[in-house]
Design a protein around this ligand. Sequence first.
Ligand code: ADP
Length: 333
Amino acid sequence: MDALVCDFIFRRSPDGILIATADGIIADMNPGAAVLLGIPPESVIGSHTSKSFHNNPALMALFNRPGDQTLDVRLPRKRLASGVASTLADGRRIVLLHDVTERRDLDSRREALSTTMAHDLRNPISALAGYADLVARTGDLNHDQTYFLQRVRQTAQKLHDVAGELVDLVWLEAGMPLKHIPIEFRPVLDAVIEALTPLAENKQITIIVSVQDPLPLLIGDPDRIHQVLYKVLHNALLYSDEEQIVAVHAWGDDQQLYCSVADRGIGIAEDELDLVFDRLFRSKDERVLALPGGGLGLTIARRIVQRHGGDIWATSTFGRGSTFTFMLPSVKT
Ligand code: ADP
């Protein structure tokens, strides 16, 4: 990068840039650092870091600790910066400060919201189930009482599950950070199938798998991609009759990875196909309503796929089966 560009970045960057000589004298400081630290450059340039920043231990540490360092630095007016420091080839020390006050506030508000939701929704629901258990232990119940208590327990369980999914969705929509690491899709697929094998065996459904070899790598959050596939395959098993076949197919190139899950289950009516990814949507079909589910699984799956830069869609013939396909960006290997 040429000197003009470097000078422009130094003068105009809202991030703070501070440079100290090898023996700790502040050699330069940009206007961004002056604003963040609330001190004019001329009051610190030429003086020693230990004199100018003695009341800011994190900033001192960034100058004094050897090698690359990353630390949170407290700024005036209760603001907070993320500080990064490194030693240049000529021995000078450079420190960059990036104001993260708003982002951290948002993170802690998000956390508070989801903790409150989890606590305020789930605890009363658990209490409900607990009291139903207690009533059952108070003495002999007649047939109707036993049946109604069973319904209370089932409803409480359903509410508990929906509350969990709602918290998940709120997190995702609030921009909860996702992992961004290279992922091999095959192990994710194997783990999902293993987790759902008891359900498949219970309904004597055969899961057929065909996977291109090699498959491209993905970049993203493995747990979240597991969650997408789990939800789609779980639905395929749930909404299929016994002794059916469910086929999982994965393929891709160096731009996209596709995974489709095809079932020969109850299918989705044409006028409902666009709605299945909407929050809380459940088909009016009585075979669906007879099964547990909160209508949030596919909404969460779509949100996760979109947050990875991908897409998810469904095709279906009512009464004959459905195919759910999702696409995620892959990486060149
Ligand atoms: P849930 O399954 O918990 O009800 P989802 O968001 O996963 O919620 O699915 C929403 C609705 O889409 C389901 O209630 C059902 O009506 C329909 N659906 C999803 N997958 C299938 C499928 N494989 N076959 C038929 N209907 C499906």
